[in-house]
Write a protein that binds this ligand. Sequence first.
Ligand code: NAI
Length: 253
Amino acid sequence: MAAMLEGKIGIVTGAGQGIGRESALVMAREGARLVVSDINLAMVEETAHLISQAGGTALPLKVDVARGEDLQALVELAVSHFGRLDCAFNNAGISGEGALLADFSEEGYDLLMAVNLKAVWRAMKLEIKQMLKQGGGGAIVNTSSVGGLVGKEHLSVYCATKHAVLGLTKSAALEYGAQGVRVNAVCPGVVRTPMVEAVISGTGTSLDDWSKLQPIGRFGTPSEIGEAVAWLCSDRASLVHGHALVADGGLTC
Ligand code: NAI
């Protein structure tokens, strides 16, 4: 069977570690040629190196998703180097302060909104315009969260951004489905990444306790999310549109 993303050109944000890095590795394994981006250049250079060691093709780019000009440069590099844009994984995100709603700072709120929400909206604008310029078609996957489906103590603003990402995803699906641009989201549960380790250490609870939150009795792995993302980006998911794919080991059952 042919690789799922053979011939596709893709971009990934937040690809320096965690879910973004492993998803980029899965996408490249499935044949996509990628521009991998992150606010941390050294980390995303390492991602590109890992992809190339595994036989894939990826260009690294420093992108702060909170900066519109950086997102523009990301789409432009995919088009100038590879000729087009077929799929985009808008994944970069932060968890924020981990404070109760009444204690949350204005600065923390603004930063979370800029990185987790406005950046996704801006990226989608650029990606959709490029896909329409090419004559339509293409697939966008946004990273929401189980925090986009339910609330969580100490993560109210994070959850607000992730609920809003689903609103953007579903509305864009309604607007651009007729032009063949599929728009979906992935909602990871508790995936062991540097972000989750930092969140857990801030709560005073143990990694072991958190690993048992999901009915499968363990953390998710970043590459398990990558498998879902690669499939959503591929033509095999051709009827899947405006969907929030929950990959949470049963957490929200
Ligand atoms: P992580 O912290 O391990 O990796 C995030 C990556 O994004 C890092 O490489 C970081 O440098 C980059 N990044 C941060 N701010 C950026 C910015 N302004 N511009 C560009 N890159 C930036 O996090 P993880 O866990 O891999 O999370 C990835 C996405 O998945 C996030 O959107 C997160 O909210 C979401 N998510 C994660 C879950 C988990 O259990 N790990 C659960 C649900 C959602």
